[in-house]
Design a protein around this ligand. Sequence first.
Ligand SMILES: NC(=O)c1ccc[n+]([C@@H]2O[C@H](COP(=O)([O-])OP(=O)(O)OC[C@H]3O[C@@H](n4cnc5c(N)ncnc54)[C@H](OP(=O)(O)O)[C@@H]3O)[C@@H](O)[C@H]2O)c1
Length: 232
Amino acid sequence: MMLVSGDGKLARALVNLSSDDLQVIKLPKKVMDITDEYEVSETIKRYMTQPNYPKYFVHTAALTKPMSINDRNPIMSLSTNIVGTANVAKICHKYGIKFIYISTDFVYDSIDGVDEDSGLKPSNNYGWSKLGGECVTKLIPESLILRCSLCDIPFRHKVAFDDVYRNSIIHSDVAKIILKVKDEIGVINIGDKYQSVYNFVSQYQEVNKASGVNIAPSLSLNTEKLEKLINE
Ligand SMILES: NC(=O)c1ccc[n+]([C@@H]2O[C@H](COP(=O)([O-])OP(=O)(O)OC[C@H]3O[C@@H](n4cnc5c(N)ncnc54)[C@H](OP(=O)(O)O)[C@@H]3O)[C@@H](O)[C@H]2O)c1
């Protein structure tokens, strides 16, 4: 069994891949609020009593959108993305459940070809809170951090930047990758082809072009480690 925190887009994409070989169960906030250490402990303990007890936990729950919510509510950001991650990680460690933390490419400092060992320096509270979650995860032996370049489709904006380049990837592709790399340890960058955000979004829906160089940085992710693992 694989447990997944939250009921967001990635949690749902993982549940869609549930099979007889690996049952995937999501835990929405109303079932398990990650900021409530007791509730986290009791919920996961209940699953451990089942014959098909959980071997993996994918921690997708986070204070995410809009990213600025983390700037406006720094304590909620800390409680959810750092303390909430610690609540889940500690219980997973206690029961020997593999802890997989979903991070973001927003933790990186540089913009060109960042690999898993590149410098980290987030530019906003969301990035810092996700890096805080990475620090928590680093203390859990045999855990896995996935730095994803996820982009929401449907795209919520009327325009997409044609001069901002990223390795954007959709949730369902990341879910498939998670199932392939779930036994790995350490940090892995997860992204698709390096292309403009406009080109990426245009594959899925109509959107207008706009310039965004002064709003959002381009960032190219080195995904060689991922490619090697997937082609093994
Ligand atoms: N989408 C992106 O652009 C992107 C990019 C890179 C990395 N990521 C990371 O990837 C992961 C999954 O992203 P996503 O796009 O699937 O996010 P999402 O759709 O925004 O889902 C986030 C989920 O977390 C839940 N949550 C928030 N606070 C919670 C709490 N206290 N207890 C339990 N659940 C709580 C939310 O529940 P409520 O809705 O009920 O509050 C929601 O179901 C996140 O960790 C995110 O940081 C996302």
